[in-house]
Design a protein around this ligand. Structure first.
Ligand SMILES: Nc1ncnc2c1ncn2[C@@H]1O[C@H](COP(=O)(O)OP(=O)(O)O)[C@@H](O)[C@H]1O
Ligand SMILES: [Mg+2]
Length: 237
């Protein structure tokens, strides 16, 4: 435990809170959450509908500002960053995977994966194409490169979205119910892709899920209830 306290978290929530003013009064979607995400974590975020999972993930990924508390990326406070720095962070440090894929319809699988590399000066055009192909291979879709989203199954679309999220080698991948719209078999192929990149690349992943089978495969399970962390458990095996 001591070692853990001394190491730098990749992402850390400190007393993170999000309140909404509604007709029925104040709703605390996320309520003073402390959470350290270590490099190499594979964390399943669980909890009933409305418990604050999406809100927490949105704040961790700098998509929404907290009402109170802080998010630290490595040791930098997200709340103190300029808009420009935040844009950089969303592009290069955090990879998002959403339930409904959000692929660009008129771009092929290969072009969708390459898209976030458009901003990356580390790669030449050729290297961008190579990198996109490599990522598609990693999620088992090398033979779907030239397919458009409408020509792909749900599971394949989500694996393209995973490859896209990895394009700029983010410190953390945040996934909000990535198997939520998929049948069992497609969901399994998506989970395998996540597991593979966690094992092979040591990719840090935070995944919201309702699926107990998915959570079983995660290394750590955090449960939310009414915006509070009620359980944080490491799993072996
Ligand atoms: N923009 C909003 N305005 C008011 N209440 C909201 C808003 N977004 C979320 N909430 C409320 O915050 C709580 C947590 O929502 P959410 O984070 O979406 O939960 P989950 O992802 O666990 O289902 C819910 O009670 C929800 O109704
Ligand atoms: Mg949600």
């Amino acid at each position: 435990m001591k070692e853990k306290e001394n190491s730098t978290a990749v992402l850390e929530a400190r007393q993170l809170t999000k309140s909404y003013d509604t007709a029925a009064g104040e709703v605390r979607a996320v309520d003073r959450v402390d959470l350290r995400i270590e490099k190499g974590d594979f964390l399943a975020l669980m909890g009933p509908s409305g418990s604050g999972k999406t809100t927490l993930l949105s704040m961790l990924g700098a998509l929404e500002p907290p009402t109170e508390g802080q998010v630290m990326l490595r040791d930098r406070e997200i709340g103190k960053m300029t808009e420009r720095e935040l844009a950089q962070l969303r592009r290069f440090d955090i990879g998002f995977v959403f339930q409904s894929f959000y692929l660009v319809d008129h771009l092929t699988a290969q072009e969708n994966v390459r898209f976030p590399l458009g901003f990356n000066k580390d790669y030449s055009p050729d290297e961008k194409e190579q990198r996109a192909s490599e990522l598609l291979r990693m999620v088992g879709l090398e033979d779907r490169s030239d397919h458009f989203p409408r020509q792909l199954s749900g599971g394949e679309k989500q694996r393209v979205a995973i490859a896209r999220a990895l394009a700029n080698s983010p410190a953390v991948v945040l996934a909000d119910e990535p198997t939520g719209n998929l049948d069992q078999e497609s969901g399994d192929s998506v989970m395998e892709a996540f597991e593979d990149l966690h094992q092979r690349l040591g990719q840090t992943v935070v995944m919201v899920t309702h699926d107990p089978l998915v959570a079983q495969r995660a290394r750590r399970v955090v449960r939310l209830k009414s915006g509070r962390v009620v359980e944080d458990q490491e799993q072996t095996g």
